[in-house]
Write a protein that binds this ligand. Structure first.
Ligand code: ZN
Length: 564
């Protein structure tokens, strides 16, 4: 018998029987809905204590739903021309999502997606770990390599389209039947455990990216909407009234639960406490954040909309800083984080994260004190740039902290500021004893205490009325209920992620310029307030009046307001 070239070829892919395209699609669907969804299955399993017949039936039913939904998706989306890369991309999505859900208890929703897209190299470096490499090998490299090498039968185009659409139709029927049969249990599970729907790979990613892209294109299409066009100074200009200097410190990932002034067992804020004891500082005990991540919270704080309206809003609006600038204030944003999320787009801003300072930036990344180091020269530069222009009515400086940005909390404090030991020194938080995570986290809170008191010390040296308002952007989970980090959808987020510290310090000259007595600005310290109050309260602090100001959202409502 004559030898053909196929006989001579080594036993590699080309000599094996090629797969029918539909079998291969089903195999991928099977892998994605099982191995690609381990966190989902673990969460489902953990929902019930008694794993009896009903639980099993429920799980099998849910597995059928996931499998048939995945089959519908694949048969509609995966066609021969991009079959190989599409399979690998899906494997990557499932593996990456699973890793983060397992490691940090997060779920994949639109804001988490936006975070991922806007992340930078430093943040990625903070997240890399050996476990991640392992997941990559088991979840992407090995199955991906197999997938790429499989020979597939070539069907005539019309027949393939017919078969694949047929499969989609059949899977849809299975999906509907199982959903119908298990509707009662399914509906109540989904209602009570909303986070499950954000755990379903790869649908969570598809949903989140679509929502994000739709939102962004809607924003791009609309022109910037001006707000507070009537903004003006509420203070009599000129005269003995010196232009005030207000520092707004936007904190990062600090939760109230670990803040000394909030009653935490550990005194993580000894220096702020001293200021409070002398009556110069007010601590607001019940402040709720606008979101559970920077991406939402920071723009929301500076927006006039408030949490509910901000969540539904697709219109690009100006923000608090634009209004302050319009009223004649000089505004400066210093950023020691991954950016201001659009808030500082129209005001002078400087990133300090990658500056070179041997003491404050030892490993190519700067501690938050770097902002205080560069602040005087940046203010001097602003004055120089102004030239012969009109003198500003005052200055508002925003310091955007790195704060307690996780999971590598230990990287946020200089060696000589580490009070609590031992510290968790890895970003795979589960590998650390709970107390070591808390130690590293608390050291970072204490460093914020240091930063804030250094800020006050510097402000006291300035020959003008000064103020400092600190508020954290959102909280953090440190392992409570199996959750780490932050970013839970707001409606289901635990208090650890939404209860944030807020503190205000006013110099004596500032108090008299505002015409405030010793107590009016402390009236609301025990009331429930939120980031919704930020916009309106800062306007009052900066003595800027506009029709947009809502007294009911002003924490200084009890103070006398200056006549315009
Ligand atoms: Zn944040």
């Amino acid at each position: 018998m004559p030898l053909t070239s196929a006989d001579l070829a080594p036993a590699d892919a080309s000599s094996r029987r090629p797969w029918h395209p539909l079998s291969l699609l089903l195999l991928l669907a099977l892998w994605l809905s099982t191995a690609g969804n381990l966190p989902l299955w673990r969460a489902m399993w953990a929902l019930t204590d008694n794993h009896g017949l009903r639980t099993w039936l429920g799980l099998v039913g849910f597995a059928l739903i996931v499998l048939s939904a995945t089959a519908v998706l694949l048969s509609l989306l995966v066609w021969p021309r991009w079959r190989k890369p599409a399979g690998v991309v899906l494997l990557m999505v499932a593996a990456a999502n699973s890793y983060f859900m397992f490691t940090y208890g997060v779920v994949i929703d639109p804001t988490m997606m936006a975070n991922t897209v806007q992340t930078d190299v430093r943040e990625v470096r903070d997240l890399l770990s050996w476990n991640m490499l392992l997941v990559l090998v088991l979840g992407v490299v090995l199955p991906g390599w197999w997938w790429w090498r499989q020979p597939v039968q070539k069907l005539p185009a019309r027949r393939l389209v017919g078969r694949q659409l047929g499969l989609a139709g059949l899977a849809t029927v299975v999906l509907l039947v199982v959903v119908w049969a298990s509707f009662q249990d399914l509906a109540s599970t989904m209602r009570n455990h909303k986070s499950l729907r954000y755990m379903l790979n790869p649908f969570n990613t598809i949903y989140a990216s679509t929502r994000m892209v739709v939102g962004q294109t809607a924003q791009v299409r609309m022109p910037l909407q001006l707000i507070g066009e009537d903004a003006a100074l509420a203070r009599a200009p000129g005269g003995a009234q010196q232009p005030p200097l207000i520092v707004l410190v936007v904190g990062e990932t600090v939760r109230a639960a670990n803040f000394g002034l909030a009653g935490y067992a550990r005194d993580t804020t000894p220096q702020l406490r001293q200021l409070q004891d002398t009556g110069e500082l007010a601590y607001f005990a019940h402040v709720t954040s606008c979101g559970t991540n920077t991406q939402v919270s920071v723009p929301c704080m500076f927006s006039h909309l408030g949490r509910e309206a901000y969540g539904k809003n697709d219109t690009p609006y100006e923000n608090l800083l634009d209004v302050l600038q319009r009223a004649g204030m000089q505004v400066l944003w210093l950023d020691n984080q991954s950016g201001c999320k659009g808030v500082c787009d129209r005001v002078p801003n400087t990133s300090t994260l990658a500056l070179k300072d041997p003491a404050l930036c030892p490993d190519g990344e700067c501690f938050d004190e770097i902002m205080l180091r560069v602040l005087p020269e940046r203010l001097a530069q602003l004055e120089k740039d102004r030239g012969a222009g009109p003198a500003p009515a005052g200055t508002v400086v925003v310091l955007h902290q790195m704060g307690n940005h996780g999971p590598a909390y230990y990287k946020r404090t200089p060696a000589d500021k580490k009070v609590y030991q031992p510290e968790c020194q890895t970003n795979v938080l589960q590998n650390c004893p709970a107390q070591d995570i808390v130690n590293a986290y608390d050291n970072a809170v204490r460093y914020t205490d240091h930063l804030l008191s250094q800020t006050v010390r510097w402000l006291k040296s300035q020959p003008r009325p000064t103020a400092m308002l600190y508020v954290s952007d959102h909280g953090e989970s440190l392992g409570e209920k199996g959750l780490y980090l932050h970013g839970m959808p707001f409606m289901m987020a635990p208090q650890e992620q939404t209860h944030v510290p807020m503190a205000l310090w006013l110099s004596k000259p500032m108090q008299s310029q505002l015409g405030w007595d010793g107590t009016c600005w402390k009236k609301l310290v025990a009331e429930a307030v939120s980031h919704d109050h930020y916009f309106h309260s800062v306007l009052t602090l900066a003595q800027v009046k506009t029709r947009m100001h809502k007294p009911e959202l002003d924490v200084f409502a009890a103070c006398p307001s200056r006549p315009g």
